[in-house]
Design a protein around this ligand. Structure first.
Ligand code: GAF
Length: 378
């Protein structure tokens, strides 16, 4: 295995543990996780593999096989104190930091990372990296933490060490998913249920459209949306927007952005529950209208879409998709389309033509079956 060989070459000894954790795509339930709502992601067949051995001192050495250059062993980063971590290494070092914060004795470590989540596509390569490192350390140090604990720990690393105020969805999908299933999560109770997802049995395919777009505003906008929701909940006197039971009454008490964000979050939670019901009833072909409604709500009420995502969604539907929406945080990244298998070519062509018509680089198309969550490789 490439990561094991690289570990031996870089550090002159074998890795003690090797774990793999996947990226995710979200079927529906967007910007609901940090509002204590519902999400329905599934794990991708692509992810991050982390090989790891402990050290006698506190130093952390890290090597990514995605670092460009001929001699990867020359790219080992040495982090003598956690606060020295920079760039991608913060996601791994943040996990060690979070474990220490939780009271565990954490030694230094030698780490090699190998990843194949499409970069910049909004498919959660950072959560995959965190969960892979957390799972490897849990195993190595015999901490006995459950997958949900590892997801929470990884979220803490991202929130408090990296500084991105994300919810729990991406880390939970990476830690807890099951092959052939989507993962329904109630982000208030943290209870999860797996939902069988066999689209091909219904003659359908889920097409992931990597727009290639990344709008720089994204990071600050995510925190602002979260703040809008917290402000709205405060105005309404509820803990979180999940607790809004009478949407009409709530909307009549809010104005501007708070009103729009609330409308999105409350209706999106209903859509997630409806999609789960339809999937459990064995009629996945019926979820298309809910995907479309989710997109319009994210575009108009939550205001996290962008022209590249809108064009991908609109042209997918023109090409014959039963439904389509942006997926993930927004402002670029990927859209998904639910496509009858016989219409895949026409959907791809319609989208590509629309991109070329806008003088944008053609998007990348991906197809991925629902895959397993984090697992030990060796
Ligand atoms: C990003 C975040 F990391 C998730 O927690 C979630 O909020 C998502 O955006 C939007 O649904 O992926």
């Amino acid at each position: 295995m490439r990561v094991a060989e690289a570990f031996q070459a870089a550090y002159g000894r074998p890795a003690d543990v090797i774990w793999h954790a996947p990226g995710r795509v979200n079927l529906i339930g967007e910007h609901t996780d940090y509002n204590n709502g519902f999400v329905l992601p599934y794990a991708l067949p692509w992810g991050v593999t982390a090989a790891l051995s402990p050290r006698d001192d506190d130093t952390v050495r890290l090597l990514s096989l995605q670092t460009p250059g001929d001699d990867p062993s020359g790219a080992v980063r040495t982090v003598a104190g956690y606060d020295q971590a920079e760039g991608w290494t913060r996601y791994a070092v943040g996990v060690l930091w979070a474990l220490r914060q939780a009271g565990h004795a954490v030694p230094g470590a030698d780490i090699v990372i190998d990843g194949d989540v499409p970069q910049g596509a909004g498919l959660s390569s950072s959560a995959a990296l965190e969960v892979a490192v957390a799972s490897a350390l849990n195993d190595l140090l015999s901490l006995g933490l459950a997958p949900l604990d590892l997801a929470l720990l990884s979220q803490k690393a991202e929130n408090d060490f990296v500084g991105m105020p994300c919810g729990i969805m991406d880390q939970a999908a990476s830690a807890l998913s099951r092959e052939g299933h989507a993962l329904f999560m109630d982000c208030r109770t943290l209870a999860t249920r797996t939902v069988p997802l066999d689209l091909s049995a219904a003659g359908l395919e889920l097409l992931i459209i990597d727009t290639g777009a990344h709008h720089e505003l994204a990071d600050g906008q995510y925190a602002r949306r979260r703040q809008d929701c917290e402000n709205a909940a405060k105005h309404l006197g509820v803990d979180s927007l999940r607790d809004v039971t009478d949407l009409a009454a709530a909307l009549s008490r809010l104005t501007g952005d708070e009103r729009k964000r609330t409308q999105h979050v409350v209706t999106e939670n209903h859509r997630v529950e409806a999609v789960v019901g339809l999937l459990r009833a064995g009629v996945p072909q019926e979820i298309g209208a809910l995907l479309n409604a989710s997109h319009l709500s994210l575009r108009d009420q939550y205001e996290v879409s962008c022209p590249e995502l809108d064009v991908a969604v609109e042209s997918a539907i023109r090409g014959g998709a039963r439904g389509a929406r942006m997926t993930g945080g927004g402002f670029g990244g990927s859209a998904i389309a639910l496509v009858p298998a016989g219409r895949l070519d026409s959907v791809r062509t319609e989208i590509t033509d629309a991109y070329l018509g806008n003088s944008w680089a053609p998007p990348r198309f991906l197809q991925a079956p629902p895959s397993a969550g984090a697992r030990r490789i060796s």
